[in-house]
Design a protein around this ligand. Sequence first.
Ligand code: NAD
Length: 484
Amino acid sequence: MSFRFDGRTNFIAGRWGDDPSGTQHDAVSPIDGATIGTMAWSTRAAAREAIAAARQAQPGWGRTSLWDRARVLRGIADAIRGRQAALADLLTREQGKPIAEARFEVGKAADGFDLAADLVKYLEGRTIPAEDTSKRVLTFYRPRGVYGVVTPWNFPVNIPVEYLAPGLAAGNAIVWTPAPTTALIGAALVQVMADADLPPGVLNFVTGPGPEVGDEIVSHDGVDGVGFTGSAATGKRIAQRAAGKAQLLELGGNGPVIILDDADLDKAATATAAGCFVNAGQVCSSSERVLVHEAVYDAFAERMTAAAGTIVIGDPRDEATTMGPLNNPEVAAKVNAHVDDAVGRGARAVAGGSRLAALGTDLYFAPTVLTGVGRDALINTEETFGPVAPLIRVASDDEAIAAARDNRYGLVSSVFTRDIDRAFRFIEAVPTGIVNVNDTSNYWELHIPFGGVSGKDSGVGRIGGRYSLEAMSDLKTATFTVDV
Ligand code: NAD
């Protein structure tokens, strides 16, 4: 059965409703511009109501046995699997990704709940030796309290689950607001979760504009911790507005992917093309800029052009389609601006380079390969978030490292080489939270620590498996004085 939304998309204290002081907002599909439902366009009042509900529910949830919480999370995982087809269908219609990618994302969301249910049972503290012989010291994990969660539109099922699953497992109550262009799929996920055994008020959901609803959630005194995934600009604003609260900030990325002259070029091109074109490049770990050694530059460019030619762009509901539209006009305008800027500075589009006419909306951007991209181009310095492979020529390992380091982002990078010593030099020199050797920059699994490196604009903290559970818990210390 498919989901339908009529504007009552807020879920507060176990009840669906809208915000009487707010308005309504249509959800529009990027596939064909059709209106696919209506969401509550809430005010700060609904956010405050949700926070109050979470505060009331959290102590009881926090006292529940870990084993019982794990059972609830497994029930949610099963419920998601049971509705996988309907969730994937709505995800594709609202976000625009190919249906196979949508199914994969929903499957991973179910896995995320199972993983948190598994791992929370092993969230062990320590006993710590003390200098004072009369002391015994131990640490254990406690819920932080109420978590505010604010999420983006590129993986609108899986990214929320990266906070909801560990956050709930750790005993927190949650107030979540989704990105407005993917609010309905968020509401559908909450509907599926609500059918499992969550007590009212433990999970709350409010739709509306980020600068109002999101801002209220992250800045309110009743919220103890904030989990945010989104752009660096919003992340920095939230870091200030949420000052003093626990913060997990997962922000933008900008590659790089580095192709050295001893790389297996066929494998490197296949992996890099996947890194550029999956989800139409709207991935924080996308292969946003590709630094290619000059000895293999032309051969690699040829392979990338061929790979772009195999992409089937069109209606993402069609099983044969491998790339759908971009999600919204703002991201499409940015991709255009970055490609035009690079071409204006001397780059050449050897594949694509513009939007495709005669599809359902003007959000379909051709898979693009740019050669001769200069390091001053916006597409090298900024995050583009579109289906573009900008190939930048480098003459040596030193130049590749210098170019890799010369960027304000530091999330994920890849290096392709057959030489382990060279690989390690790059692993240690390139300032990103993850360096993937001989695979796409998008490679990641749910339990692997993921996040930005210090000193860059890609965020603070690590999500993934037990790292999220630890981040979303308070580490408490107890000391005992004994006479033995
Ligand atoms: P965005 O920053 O525009 O919006 C993200 C969320 O913040 C949305 O829900 C939005 O409504 C809300 N928001 C906006 N202004 C706010 C404010 N003032 N206060 C509180 N909330 C506010 O980002 P986006 O365009 O939705 O997402 C794309 C970005 O997310 C890219 O930069 C991408 O790299 C990043 N991202 C990072 C990761 C990661 O794990 N590091 C994963 C996916 C996406």
